[in-house]
Write a protein that binds this ligand. Structure first.
Ligand code: ATP
Length: 493
């Protein structure tokens, strides 16, 4: 089968009102996107699925809807002001700027040491030049990714604030409120989904690398003395996936297929809770339609670790047009953030349980909503008889049912409208009257509508309609009185 290209996916997303570059009438604005009528529904369904799975239907995770702009001290305490940086290289001739590690990786060179000295060494040794004009590249320079803004009426140094680059800090600064809410017991988690902003040097690959995007994140607080006591572990221990530890990467070995239970027993994870969150993450990604063959778990090398992390695993997806790329990170942030905020704020950020002072440790699974949806669209994209069929899981499909009169005239339209009115309170449905029936089916297939109801000549005689299935193009005939029940059955409602 022909490999999907990014251009094909971008073109579908634009053609069908899913996602497109913002401000196109002004020539676009790199790294910022708008979500159209189909995209906004898809996004909402994915986020709802996440929220249900990780917050609403759990006993131990509480939601937060936090501010995007927080006290500037938050970002000093978190380390982002000093350390949330990328290494940038600039072309000495045309002044184009690049993220050093990306330029190197694009040459097929694997990096095991992300220090600026090593990045420069690789660039010089491999004679990597500016992809734009072939010019010589500068030495790597520090570039902080946080967007700055001013708060208040005076635009002075003191008024500088930051657009959050991650949602996590919102959870840490509210730790005290949530620990009381959790009845002073561990473990518990705080979750939020929200916009974040990163001034990426080179936004690229459609929504894979944006400057404004959404993160879905949990900070899960555990008692470090009970880090290997996870009562839910049996729910994930049989999840099997390719795992690529840092040792395997250093020895240039291939990733190994293992269950989470085996990997935990072999000491791959920093603790049992960390293993659990990797497993639980995989279960949800699989539930929303990503196949396990296209997912793998890769451990960060020491040189890649963020300043707050003791150990991080990325869940990577095998994009046909990008290769294996991170869609989620699961870090063990230890007590780093609580200690830093305690120091910077002077607050007591610990718990006292049974007379014992405990600074919880934190496991943080962090999903990029755009990247998860990019993976989902990639997995769903299929071609049948030269036509695109988006095989999104039914649960996430933006629309569930299209209603089509076979012919564009009465009494077909009247009957179609009647059926649409009958369905619209129970299903995300639409009525489509324009164009030939073939074109209407094709349009619906491209946005992943699972079912099409057609009102034809026979409908007018015996009050039956056909249901057409997106994935097989097969049709069955049912009585209109049984339509709701039949659709519910296929939707597993
Ligand atoms: P990368 O190494 O690709 O820059 P990261 O390691 O900095 O990503 P995290 O800080 O772990 O990313 O962010 C959590 C998640 O947010 C990532 O797993 C990814 O899915 C998503 N993400 C990060 N940067 C971007 C971006 N620029 N555009 C879209 N999603 C992003």
């Amino acid at each position: 089968m022909k490999k999907l290209t990014l251009d094909e996916l971008v073109s579908l997303c634009k053609r069908r009102g899913i996602i497109f570059l913002t401000s196109e009438i002004y020539g676009g604005y790199a790294g910022f996107f708008d979500w159209g009528p189909v995209g906004v529904e898809l996004r909402k369904n994915v986020v709802d699925s996440w929220w249900n799975y990780f917050v609403r239907f759990r006993e131990d995770v509480y939601g937060l809807f936090g501010a995007i702009i927080m006290h500037p001290k938050v970002w000093e305490a978190s380390g982002h002001v000093d350390r949330f940086i990328d290494w940038l290289v600039e072309c000495k001739k045309c002044h184009a700027r690049y993220k050093a590690e990306e330029l190197i990786e694009e040459q097929g060179i694997e990096i095991t040491d992300y220090s600026p000295q090593n990045l420069e060494r690789i660039i010089r040794e491999h004679n990597i030049r500016c992809p734009n004009c072939g010019g010589e590249l500068s030495e790597p320079k520090k570039f902080n990714l946080m967007f700055e803004t001013y708060v208040g009426s005076v635009k002075s140094e003191e008024a500088i604030a930051y657009m959050r680059p991650e949602t996590a800090q919102g959870m840490f600064i509210n730790f005290k409120i949530y620990s009381v809410y959790a009845r002073n017991q561990l473990p518990f988690g705080i979750a939020q989904v929200g916009k974040v902003f990163r001034n990426e040097i080179a936004p690229r690959n459609f929504i894979f690398r944006c400057r404004e995007f959404e993160i879905a994140e949990i900070e899960y607080f555990i008692n470090p003395a009970e880090a290997n006591e996870c009562p839910y572990f049996s729910e994930v221990k049989n999840v099997t996936v390719k795992i690529w530890t840092k040792e395997m990467q250093k020895k240039e070995q291939e990733p190994k297929e293992m269950s989470i239970g085996e990997a935990y027993d072999e000491g791959v994870f920093s603790n049992m809770w960390h293993a659990y969150w990797v497993g639980e993450s995989l279960k949800w990604l699989n539930k929303i339609g990503l196949s396990m063959e296209n997912l793998r778990v890769r451990e960060h090398l020491e040189t890649e670790l963020a300043h707050y992390s003791a150990q991080t695993f990325d869940i990577e997806y095998n994009f046909p047009f990008l290769g294996w790329k991170e869609i989620e990170g699961i870090a063990n942030r230890t007590d780093y953030d609580l200690k830093r905020h305690a120091k910077f704020s002077g607050e007591k950020l610990y718990m006292v349980i049974n007379g014992e002072k405990i600074i919880p440790h934190v496991i943080e699974p962090s999903w990029g909503v755009e990247r998860v949806i990019l993976a989902l669209l990639t997995e769903a994209y299929s071609v049948k008889e030269n036509r695109v069929v988006l095989k999104i899981p039914y649960e996430l499909a933006p629309y569930k049912v299209g209603v089509y009169p076979l012919l564009k005239r009465e009494p077909f339209i009247k009957k179609a409208r009647e059926i649409f009115m009958q369905l619209k309170n129970d299903f995300e449905a639409f009525l489509d009257i324009s164009g030939s029936i073939g074109k209407r089916y094709a349009r619906a297939d491209e946005i992943g509508v699972p079912f099409g109801i057609t009102i034809d000549h026979q409908t007018l005689e015996d009050d039956t309609v056909t249901i057409r299935f997106r994935d097989t193009w097969e049709q069955i005939r049912v009585k209109t009185s049984e339509l709701k029940e039949t659709l519910n059955k296929y939707l597993n409602k």
